[in-house]
Design a protein around this ligand. Structure first.
Ligand SMILES: Cc1ncc(COP(=O)(O)O)c(C=O)c1O
Length: 363
């Protein structure tokens, strides 16, 4: 295994040294006072980070588990969901809706585009019986950041529940759960917070918890009400949580708090700008519509068949980028900018990319 690869991946990403350090601590029981303190403190830090006074839950899962939880807990068994699709992860949400026996109405946009507000309103006028709307905050397959506050406001005005996949945005850009009137927002640890995989967490509105009371067959593993009960009564989770990842999250949230959230997000913004500029200066084109470029991942277009070659050659030279995804597999590659990345790593990656592009006669 090439452990020395520099990661510019879509996740798992390189972890911060302080995270790796705390994660090597000895274990303790998830029913012990030590765990209860860690759990409660981390939940409070997350509430502050996500700007919510409502419920935050820690869940042993990857992000997709909580995607499923939103449907199982807050959409009636034969209910309809309007799924906005701007790439592969929007499509995944639609599949999760359908595989749980609900109906997904897809509202699709061209690759590289965000959700269009007028089209969203039209769809909500047309499909008045949908119970919820799903939004991918940051579409990892295309490198597009949706204008979440505006979209969530529309969903709220129409009186629908707003479910947000924040897997590749949370930690990389601001989220104001209460102010933006979101109902369910989830993410996983292995992305912009720079923690190993295995932990998911979500913010849940009071409204979702009320709806969940009336939904039969919520399942056991992702029953949000069971999580709420365990958190209240035992300051823990119903099943064994990934304690090392929670310790890592705790450390990262304290680090971000001490440096100031704005300063933290500024690092993401600067990294993304530097990488985009480097790529554009080489004469390549980006997929994302200008103004909607992701702060956490950049999708770069290439001639047909070249994207995978760039990915392979970069790997051979010590840099793991992210391959193109889904429909774009053969004509793009992606550069993730999440987790522990130093400025000098970005310079080295861009220099190597330039020489790879020359070798392949792309520039
Ligand atoms: C936007 C988005 N949603 C969902 C997922 C799935 O997350 P997980 O692999 O943690 O289940 C990913 C993973 O890359 C993602 O980028």
């Amino acid at each position: 295994m090439k452990h020395q690869l520099k990661l510019f991946t879509a996740g798992p990403v390189a972890c911060f040294p302080e995270v790796l350090q705390v994660m090597s601590s000895q274990m303790f029981s998830h029913r012990s006072p030590e765990y209860q303190e860690l759990h409660s403190e981390t939940v409070e830090l997350l509430k502050e980070f996500l700007e919510t006074k409502q419920t935050v839950l820690l869940v042993p899962s990857s992000g997709t588990g909580l995607m499923e939880a939103s449907i199982r807990n807050a959409v009636s068994p034969n209910g309809k969901v309007l799924v906005t699709v701007i790439g592969e992860f929007g499509e995944r949400y639609a599949k999760v809706v359908e595989s749980n026996g609900r109906t997904a109405i897809r509202l699709k946009f061209d690759l590289g585009d965000p959700v269009n507000e007028e089209k969203l309103k039209e769809a909500l006028d047309k499909y008045q019986d949908v119970e919820a709307v799903t939004i991918t905050h940051n579409e990892t397959s295309t490198g597009v950041l949706n204008d979440l506050p505006r979209l969530a406001q529309i969903v709220h005005k129409y009186g629908k529940l707003c479910f947000v996949d924040a897997v590749s945005s949370c930690g990389g850009t601001e989220i104001k759960f209460d102010e933006w009137k979101i109902d369910f927002l989830f993410t996983s640890s292995q992305k912009a917070l720079g923690i190993p995989p295995g932990l998911a967490f979500c913010a849940v509105s009071d409204k979702v918890l009320e709806v969940a009371e009336k939904i039969p067959n919520r399942g056991y593993y992702f029953d949000l009400l069971l999580y709420v009960k365990e958190q209240k009564e035992r300051k823990s989770t119903p099943t064994t949580p990934p304690i090392p990842q929670i310790m890592g999250l705790n450390v990262m949230l304290k680090k971000i708090k001490s440096m100031g959230k704005e300063n933290w997000f500024h690092i993401y913004k600067r990294r993304a700008e530097k990488i985009r500029k480097g790529v554009l200066d080489m004469g390549l084109r980006l997929l994302a519509k200008p103004g909607y470029e992701s702060p956490t991942i950049t999708c770069v277009l290439t001639p047909e068949g070249v994207g995978p070659k760039i990915y392979e050659k970069m790997r051979d030279r010590g840099f793991e980028l992210a391959a193109g995804y889904g429909e774009l597999k053969n004509r793009s590659f992606r550069i993730g900018h999440m987790g522990y990345i130093l400025d000098e790593d970005i310079d080295a990656m861009l220099n190597t990319l330039e020489s790879v592009l020359r070798e392949l006669n792309v520039i």
